[in-house]
Design a protein around this ligand. Structure first.
Ligand SMILES: [Cu+2]
Length: 429
């Protein structure tokens, strides 16, 4: 480890937790253990800190009988293990925070396993596994069979110096089929060294492309997933689930079903209003699905969609009216020597454990198109949605008043320009 680089600044920390919910982590000062808001400025913040525990999340039709989940929550690194347990045990989120890193930066992530409230009989460890990294050190790879896992009440600091830019995903690798389905999944991406230089009219890029071909103005991290009630109810009720019976009822983007996918993030002072009764704590409400999937941009802008699928099924995603330019796949620039292997498509296929980097160009604002309005004014609305209608519905209650649900979000093109994006998946409403 390079000791000269051991002191990451608060800026690095905030950058690292990017779109992930950054919760105020002041013991005793939070509602139901989780609350929106930035961590206070602190020179003592030298690394990213995550806790692993259990909690509950809401799905359409299960608003009053929430689903049991496992998950990761970002916390103030200065808190002690006992403070973390008293504040966060039994409270968690789905999906996990998006991690935003810069190529060649040294990053440390301390994972604390708080244990499970609903299942005190389980002694499960947890790990952090960066899916798709081709050159991890074994200790930091998070595969428990070949490295170490973090037992209940213990901490482990993972160290990374990501040399390859691109979009990846991360998850717990302990009893991974179960823990991944239970919610311990998120997106991690590595910005290229090329970021900050001006190439082809852009200063932000998906890859070190040398020609600006992966440049973008705004970027959005969206995790595709499925939720199967048997796994969640079975874990809650101390029953085995047969994974070969897998038949998910909910299809999610960043842990939410449409129309909740378009609600704001629950951090940086934004609030989705989505709360979940937490039976661990007398049904006191938790903020358990903090990550928005809303895509917003201005006419003439280019957006990068950082997409990953950590479900167990392939998905075919469409965006009628806006062609999708796929420039990266599984954290690799789609280019073979001098040959451009990127492609344009109206149907994006993405399998389990796969990632895609997709560029889209905002069309001109058209007053004649279907539109809506929010606090930012009028917008044209397009949809980013699963092609399969069965994945645009949800068991039980559909969206209020009927209409689509499931794996879908909105792409909004504004009449009055939005300000520049400050962090990944920032929403303006
Ligand atoms: Cu785990």
């Amino acid at each position: 480890m390079d000791q000269n680089r051991s002191g990451a600044s608060r800026r690095d920390f905030l950058k690292a937790v990017g779109a992930g919910a950054v919760f105020a982590a002041v013991p005793g000062a939070v509602v139901g253990g989780l609350a929106g808001g930035l961590l206070p400025a602190s020179a003592a913040t030298t690394a990213l800190s995550l806790v692993a525990s259990d909690g509950y999340a809401t799905m359409p039709g299960r608003e009053d009988d929430p689903l049991y989940i496992f998950g990761f929550v970002p916390v103030d690194p200065s808190l002690t293990v006992s403070q973390l347990i008293s504040t966060y045990k039994g409270h968690t989120q789905m999906s996990a925070p998006t991690l935003d890193f810069l190529q060649n930066d040294d990053m440390k992530i301390t994972l604390t396993n708080l244990g499970l409230v609903q299942r005190p009989d389980l002694t499960d460890s947890h790990t952090i596994h960066w899916h798709g990294f081709d050159i991890p050190s074994p200790l930091n790879d998070g595969v428990p069979e070949v490295s170490v896992a973090v037992p209940i009440g213990k901490q482990l600091t993972y160290f990374y110096r990501p040399h390859r830019e691109g979009t990846y995903m991360w998850h717990c690798h302990f009893e991974d089929v179960e823990h991944v389905q239970m919610g311990m999944t998120g997106i991690v991406f590595v910005r290229p060294l090329q970021d900050g230089t001006s190439i082809g009219g852009f200063t932000k890029f998906a890859y070190n492309d040398g020609d600006g071909s992966t440049g973008y103005h705004r970027h959005f991290a969206i995790l595709l997933n499925e939720v199967w009630s048997n796994f969640h109810d079975g874990d809650r009720d101390i029953q085995e689930s047969i994974a070969t019976d897998y038949e998910p009822q909910w299809f999610t983007l960043n842990g939410r079903c449409y129309p909740e996918t378009v609600l704001p993030n629950d951090h940086h002072g934004e609030s989705s209003g989505i709360t979940t009764p937490n039976p661990n704590y007398g049904d006191a409400p938790d903020i358990s699905q903090p990550n928005s999937s809303l895509i917003q941009f201005n006419p003439g802008e280019r957006a990068l969609l950082r997409l990953a699928n950590l479900g167990y099924q392939q998905h075919a995603m469409q965006m009628p009216g806006i062609p999708m330019h796929v420039v990266g796949q599984d954290a690799s620039l789609l280019r073979n020597g001098a040959t451009d292997t990127s492609y344009w498509t109206n149907t994006l296929y993405i399998g389990p454990g796969e990632a895609r980097d997709v560029l889209i160009d905002a069309p001109a604002y058209d007053a004649a198109r279907p539109s809506g309005s929010d606090g930012r004014g009028s917008y044209n609305v397009y949809y980013f949605k699963n092609r399969d209608w069965r994945r645009l519905s949800s068991l039980g209650a559909p969206a209020a008043g009927g209409g689509p649900s499931g794996m879908m979000t909105e792409v909004r093109v504004y009449q009055t320009p939005l300000p520049a994006q400050q962090y990944v998946s920032q929403t303006y409403v």
